[in-house]
Write a protein that binds this ligand. Structure first.
Ligand code: FAD
Length: 288
């Protein structure tokens, strides 16, 4: 089996303890030589400053290629582009450009009166600056706002045509879900890489709740497997085995890059990467 390239997603720390946890996560995962690591932007634009500080510090201190997430929510065009400029000024040239969601409690996305009305507008504006490599989100099981899969794939094509060079997907639990989506994208003329988003399951109850909120199908066999593993106290073992199997199936099916949602907890992601042959680069160099 071919060894995949990997990337890791983090969220920005909200306090000192969380900062240490993020740094520990980086220490564990950086030796795996990720293509890039990314830092999320809180729902409703709530972590604007934290995201900016986290990407700047990671860029300066870790030596990794850092990508900043950026959404259109709750900010004018000028404010959003100012934030993008501040990323560039800190040396961060990769952006995951998203529409984002409405703040908790409000229903549906409503653009700021002077803001970007959609991710496509944000991508166009970022591309126009010529400063950034732009990645976007994609939804193998369709975004909840999309009328149907065809409309969703068509919208993804618009995002790529606007200047994005790669799509990172929402997580899913069965490889077939990704393959169906990849085929639909190819049929629609999308040639940019579609990188599967992988969620190592640290905690089944939380992951299940998150899945239902995102529109990710929870297969009955997975529910049953975790019910039994939790009863037997073997949740971690099952999570590692299932995630490794999902990634292996994706690689066997031609996938060469994986994007891990680490939730700032590195152990499962590290173990799965090791099982896939993604081992610390230092060791590889010693062997060579
Ligand atoms: P878009 O692709 O712009 O829109 C979602 C769907 O709605 C489209 O696929 C399309 O079907 C439909 N749609 C939207 N606008 C139109 C239109 N004008 N015409 C027709 N159809 C339309 N959220 C955060 O708040 N912070 C983050 O850091 C963050 N990171 C993420 C990372 C990844 C990899 C992914 C997949 C999602 C992330 N999200 C994040 C969640 C994301 O913000 C939400 O899913 C949001 O609802 C959609 O953002 P988007 O840019 O993917 O949406």
């Amino acid at each position: 089996m071919k060894t995949p390239a990997v990337s890791f997603e983090f969220f920005p720390p909200q306090n000192l303890e969380a900062s240490f946890r993020l740094w520990d996560t980086v220490q564990v995962l950086a030796p795996l030589a990720p293509r890039f690591v990314s830092v999320t932007y809180g729902a409703g634009g709530t972590t604007r400053d934290l995201t900016r500080d986290a990407v700047a510090t990671l860029h300066k201190s870790s030596g990794l290629n850092v990508a900043a997430h950026l959404t259109c929510v709750n900010a004018s065009r000028a404010e959003t582009l100012e934030i993008a400029d501040s990323f560039a000024a800190a040396g961060v040239k990769d952006i995951v450009a998203l529409r984002g969601d409405a703040p908790k409690g409000s229903d549906g996305f409503r653009p700021h009166p002077d803001g970007f009305a959609s991710s496509v507008e944000l991508i166009e504006a970022l591309a126009e600056t010529g400063k950034f490599t732009i990645r976007v989100g994609a939804y193998p099981e369709k975004h909840p706002d999309a009328a149907d899969t065809a409309a969703d794939v068509e919208f993804l094509k618009r995002k790529i045509d606007a200047g994005a060079t790669e799509a990172l997907t929402q997580f899913f639990f069965e490889a077939e879900t990704f393959f169906r989506f990849r085929d639909a994208c190819a049929k629609a003329g999308i040639t940019a890489p579609i990188v599967p988003g992988i969620l190592p399951i640290e905690n089944w109850t939380g992951a299940r709740r998150f899945a239902l909120r995102c529109g990710t199908t929870v297969p009955a066999w997975l529910d049953e497997a975790f019910d039994k593993a939790i009863r037997d106290g073997r949740q971690d073992l099952l999570a590692t085995a299932l995630c490794t199997e999902l990634c292996s199936e994706l690689i066997e099916g031609g996938v060469d890059s994986l994007h891990f949602y680490t939730m700032n907890r590195p152990e499962l992601t590290r173990d799965v990467c090791h099982a896939l042959g993604v081992t610390p680069r230092v060791q590889l160099e010693n062997v060579a």
